[in-house]
Design a protein around this ligand. Sequence first.
Ligand SMILES: Nc1ncnc2c1ncn2[C@@H]1O[C@H](COP(=O)(O)OP(=O)(O)OP(=O)(O)O)[C@@H](O)[C@H]1O
Ligand code: SF4
Ligand SMILES: [Mg+2]
Length: 361
Amino acid sequence: MSDNPVSSAQDGVSEDVLVELNDVKVHFPIKKGMVLDRTVGHVYAVDGVSLSIKRGETYGLVGESGCGKSTLGRAVLRLEKPTGGEVVFDGTDLSGMKGEKLRKMRQRMQMVFQDPLSSLDPRQSVESLLVEGMRAHGLAHDKASTDERLRELLDAVGLPPTALRKYPHEFSGGQRQRVGIARALSVGPELVVADEPVSALDVSVQAQVLNLLEDLQEEFGLTYLVIAHDLAVVRHIADRVGVMYLGGIVEESTSDALYEQPLHPYSKALLSAVPVPDPQVEDAREQILLTGDLPSPANPPSGCRFHTRCPWRQEERCDSERPVLREIGAGHRVACHFAEAIRDGELQPRSVAPEEVVPTA
Ligand SMILES: Nc1ncnc2c1ncn2[C@@H]1O[C@H](COP(=O)(O)OP(=O)(O)OP(=O)(O)O)[C@@H](O)[C@H]1O
Ligand code: SF4
Ligand SMILES: [Mg+2]
């Protein structure tokens, strides 16, 4: 635990926030020309995200491929320098931090990747992979205590001590992800960003790895940011969920509230593609089809970024004014001008013809 927790009182309840993002932007320049290397535009991968993650909770981030989830995860760990905004970790703004200070901070936050085969050096044994991070942060003191720590780590992730002598290719996908998790834990982090931690695994082992992550969270008091395009994964593991669309969060609520009553038209569409086990709920649900491709984040639509695909789109306002994320129920934030009218059935959806996005700049 830290000496300097950030506490914010909301509704009279004191909440201990570990990560706070304020209007975070990550824009990648698009370069053209061999010699002059002119910047001809930007990819607005993350474009104004504000959210907070409480100590000990699991925040799930979902959205279509290319909406900026990984970039946001990397910005939280300061593996990506934000173009704008603040990334506050345990009360300290990391956005301008560099050098030794940042390196020290990184010990407190680690990443688990989608594909452990490409993120683990194939030439290194598990022992060497685990000791590497510990050494970098001055945690591998003498041989006896290092060996003890290695045994504890393997035990925590459910691998036998013999795994230390093996190489990444000698493991199954699920076991390899256990090695990836052990490596993240080797430096004793407080925050773990898991980017699609189970999407490369067989369905049969996905649940085992998710359960392991949950057990480890309890054992070590970890805070998680879990990124997944699979809504079932996020539902299984997350306390709260943020739905991302083209660089912004369009809805945020507890996992249960989101699955019971998604309020943003985009979340409704995402969820209506997921079958519900209860046939009565299934029959009563609105089926909303997403038409048209995700517009390019280099040329996002004006106003509400979802307006080119939204069945509830209203003239003028939706095309011209970007909706802010606002609270419309306890802990339920939605970025839609018409969220209440849609929720109360005052506006009806209609079919959407695919539309070309007109450049804004
Ligand atoms: N280093 C980079 N330089 C330029 N563009 C980038 C860079 N990294 C990501 N992008 C672009 O930013 C956008 C968001 O990418 P990102 O990888 O964050 O999306 P994602 O939601 O994680 O997608 P996926 O589900 O496919 O992993 C994409 O259009 C991507 O091409
Ligand atoms: S603001 Fe308009 S276009 Fe955007 S989600 Fe709401 S109704 Fe749809
Ligand atoms: Mg990604």
